[in-house]
Every structure is written in structure tokens, then in C-alpha cells.
Design a protein around this ligand. Structure first.
Ligand code: HEC
Ligand code: HEC
Length: 390
């Protein structure tokens, strides 16, 4: 029931946004029971945001409810190179819908052709993450995060005063900011409102329609439920299998107590959104890590070398992998967990007890990869409500 409710809201959004910002709002849906205010056009707000089975409740800040116009403005901003100094790049230059909003480069390259040190992260289910954004967690909220790429010298390399001036000169943006935030004077257009609109758009980017979700058989898929193949299901069992745990009796061959689910979960978001050291690099002490990651943000040396656990949803589409894009393929990632886990003082205990690796067979590696590919959400990457509105 809840899921149907959620779909109708997503489709409502889609219908409305597909009309463009200038048309009258006629969602063509019975909005009874949905938290929709025709005066403000607020479509849903905390705590009534619809829930996907196995997902936590999305926390939406009370000063930035999702509105049809706000989401649409955010979508425009996401795709418009007006945010970059030389009008060549937008958010979408590094966050491609066909890659679940990641990009197929190990590290991102900004408008000046300078490469950064981090792999572009995929963008979905961000509204469910209360635990900080970026690989190292340096932004506490989406609203704060959305300000960063514009001024980052290796991203859009622009300054917000210029961007504000560009918006205020543009009749299209003057009108759209007015509609989204009810402002009366174009001088009120500022970076905070732009960041709010971008955040609204990003909160609507929910990925929950993969083969795996459908196989769980929740409504509305109960009638046409796909079944995991034998190999995919073996991969699923390996994924959750624990040393000595109940799942250790799973009907798979010896070895391969992968325990992936401690950090990547078995359903829902496929991440615990926490910061962990998964044993990528050898370190004698906390100062040894080249990229200090979470430790730079907390100032606690025991957090050096920890990074945010990524969701494994859409993982087939988001390579290269890890914070620095060091692995090109999922096979390389699985070989790493199988044979190349490195020791360091703060390696997570779920992996520290397995150095140099879990010891998968080739067939087990292929099975886990087959399972991971069931997390690909084609509906999400083809959903027109997240595509370029221009
Ligand atoms: C030059 C490429 C580039 C551009 C342009 C860019 N990003 Fe990113 N984005 C990245 C990289 C790289 C990361 C990871 C950075 C890090 O962790 O240090 C990232 C991370 C993010 C995250 C964090 C996701 C998470 O799970 O924590 C969000 C959200 C995001 N970008 C949104 C945007 C928005 C909105 C824009 C446009 C205003 C934008 N990005 C422009 C490359 C880019
Ligand atoms: C101790 C927690 C933990 C465990 C257990 C764990 N991972 Fe990870 N995983 C992480 C973290 C943290 C990262 C990101 C590390 C980085 O980039 O520095 C990661 C990254 C990944 C990535 C790359 C994601 C991306 O977007 O780049 C894949 C794929 C992956 N893990 C799969 C697995 C599989 C399969 C297992 C079980 C064999 C597993 N992980 C076990 C914490 C864990």
C-alpha cells in the first residue's frame, strides 16, 4: 500500500514536471490523503514522506519542503552550465543519469582540466542519509553540500556572487525562483535558495525499483515477481554469510564468509552510511594514510583512512570503484576482498579477521557479481523526471 502511494507521488511529480514550469498544475491524480497543498504546491513534507519498504523515513528539513516548482528549479540548475565559470560544465557533467549519476572516470576533471583525487559519487537515496555527504562526510546536509561544487577550483570554479548575478539577469530564472520560493524581488535570489532547490531535486532521486526489489515481491510487484537465478541467489547467500552466524549453514561450498552485509546491508539502502576502513591500504600507524578521509573531518587520527560505505545499489553502473576509483571492474573489487585486504590499526574488525582475504573461489566471485547486478535499477536511470529538462 505504501509503495503504491509512493509511486503515485513519483508519477505525479513526473506528470507535473513534464508539463514544464509555466503550465497550470493539474496533476490528474486524486491527491486525497497525500500531503499536497494546492496553494503552496508543497507535495510532501516530513514526517509524511512516503516510505519504501525496508527504507528509513526520509527526513526533510522543515525550512525546505519539496515543492513542484522547487524540484523543477533544482532540476534546471542541475543540468545548466550557468553554474560554471566558462559555461561548459554543470552538475550533470560529472553525474550522468545512465551511470546512476556517477561517471565512468576514476577521478573527476573540472572545467580547467585539472583532475581531482576523488571518484564522483552516484546520486540516489541521498535524502535517507543523515550521516554527512562526500566520501569523507565533510558536508552535514545536502543544502550545505550543494554549495560546494560551484566554487571548488577543480569542479565548476565559479563564484556564487557571479552565479547570483547571472540568475538575477535571466528572466527565466527570475520567474522560476519566484515560483519556487515566493520571493518578490529578484535581489532575493541567492545561493542558499539555489542550494535548496538543488537539494529538493536530489531528494526526489530515489532508487528502489531494481530486479532485487521486485523479487522481494512487495506491492506493486507481487503479481509479476521476477525470481533470482540460482547463481544470483548463491551470490545473495554469500553476501550475507557470516563466520559462525546462522547464515553460515547456507548451501554454498566452503570458504567465502563474506560478511558484506555488516556495512552494505542486505536490503533497503545497501549501505549503513557509516565511515569504515575496509582494508584498501597497508598502514603501520594512523599517519600512514595518503588520503586521511573521515579523519580530516573529525580531527581524530583513529578516523584516518576511513571513508563512507557506498551503497551497492546500481553498482554495475558506477565504476570505477572506491573513493579514488582504483578498481575498474567489480571483478577487481571482489579479488581485493578475496585476496588483498591490507592490515592497518583501524581496519574494521569484520575484515581485519580475514587478512589477506575472504578466499572466494572463482565461481563464488561470479555469483556475488551476478547478485550485485540484480541491484541495477533501470527504471531509475531511464526515469524522465530526472533527465535534462532543457
Ligand atoms: C567536476 C566533476 C563534478 C561536478 C561538476 C559536480 N560534482 Fe558532485 N561530486 C563529484 C565528486 C568527485 C564527488 C566526491 C567528492 C569527494 O568526496 O571529495 C562528488 C560528490 C557529490 C555529492 C555527495 C554524494 C554523497 O553520497 O555524499 C553530491 C550530493 C554531489 N556531488 C552533487 C553535485 C551537485 C549538486 C553538483 C552541481 C552543483 C555537482 N555535484 C557537481 C564530482 C562533481
Ligand atoms: C567493514 C565494512 C565493509 C565490509 C564488511 C565490506 N565493505 Fe565494501 N566497502 C566498504 C567501504 C568503507 C567502501 C569504500 C572504501 C573506500 O573507497 O575507501 C567499500 C566499497 C565497496 C565497493 C565499491 C563501491 C563504490 O561505489 O566504489 C564494492 C563494490 C564493495 N565495497 C563490495 C563489497 C562486498 C561484495 C563485500 C563482501 C565481500 C564488502 N564490500 C564488504 C565497507 C565494507
Amino acid at each position: 500500500m505504501k509503495k503504491l502511494f509512493f509511486i503515485s507521488i513519483l508519477s505525479t511529480l513526473l506528470l507535473i514536471t513534464a508539463c514544464g514550469p509555466d503550465e497550470d498544475l493539474d496533476p490528474g491524480y486524486d491527491l486525497t490523503g497525500i500531503n499536497y497543498n494546492p496553494k503552496t504546491h508543497v507535495i510532501f513534507s516530513d514526517p509524511d514522506f512516503p516510505t519504501v519498504p525496508n527504507f528509513p523515513i526520509m527526513e526533510i528539513p522543515s525550512d525546505n519542503p519539496l515543492t513542484v516548482e522547487g524540484v523543477y528549479l533544482g532540476r534546471m540548475l542541475f543540468y545548466d552550465p550557468i553554474l560554471s565559470a566558462d559555461s561548459t560544465q554543470s552538475c550533470s557533467s560529472c553525474h550522468h543519469q545512465e551511470n546512476a549519476f556517477a561517471e565512468p572516470l576514476s577521478v573527476s576533471v573540472g572545467i580547467d582540466g585539472i583532475a581531482g583525487t576523488r571518484n564522483a559519487m552516484p546520486l540516489f537515496n541521498l535524502g535517507y542519509n543523515p550521516n554527512g555527504f562526500f566520501w569523507d562526510g565533510r558536508s552535514a546536509s545536502l543544502e550545505v553540500q550543494a554549495l560546494e561544487p560551484v566554487e571548488n577550483p577543480i569542479e565548476l570554479h565559479e563564484n556564487w556572487d557571479n552565479v547570483q548575478a547571472k540568475f538575477r539577469r535571466s528572466p527565466m530564472y527570475r520567474e522560476q525562483f519566484r515560483k519556487a520560493f515566493g520571493i518578490e524581488n529578484s535581489n532575493e535570489i541567492d545561493k542558499e535558495l539555489a542550494a535548496k532547490a538543488l537539494s529538493q531535486f536530489m531528494r526526489t532521486m530515489v532508487s528502489w525499483r531494481s530486479k532485487f526489489d521486485k523479487a522481494l515481491g512487495n506491492a506493486p510487484y507481487s503479481g509479476l515477481r521476477p525470481v533470482l537465478t540460482e547463481q544470483e541467489d548463491t551470490g545473495r547467500q554469500l553476501f550475507i554469510r557470516e563466520l559462525g552466524g546462522a547464515a553460515d549453514t547456507a548451501p554454498v561450498s566452503n570458504g567465502g564468509n563474506a560478511e558484506c552485509q555488516h556495512c552494505h546491508q542486505t536490503s533497503g539502502l545497501f549501505t549503513n552510511n557509516s565511515y569504515r576502513n575496509n582494508g584498501l591500504d597497508f598502514a603501520n600507524n594512523f599517519d600512514d594514510f595518503v588520503d586521511k578521509g573521515f579523519g580530516m573531518v573529525t580531527g581524530i587520527s583513529a578516523d584516518n583512512g576511513k571513508f563512507r560505505t557506498p551503497s551497492l545499489r546500481n553498482i554495475e553502473l558506477t565504476g570505477p570503484y572506491m573513493h579514488d576509483g582504483r578498481f575498474e571492474t567489480l571483478e577487481e573489487v571482489l579479488r581485493f576482498y578475496s585476496e588483498h585486504i591490507k592490515s592497518s590499526p583501524n581496519i574494521d574488525s569484520n575484515l581485519g579477521n580475514k587478512i589477506p582475504g575472504v578466499g572466494f573461489s572463482d565461481a563464488q566471485i561470479q555469483a556475488i557479481i551476478a547478485f550485485l547486478k540484480t541491484l541495477t535499477d533501470d527504471d531509475f536511470i531511464n526515469d524522465p523526471q530526472f533527465s535534462n529538462p532543457f
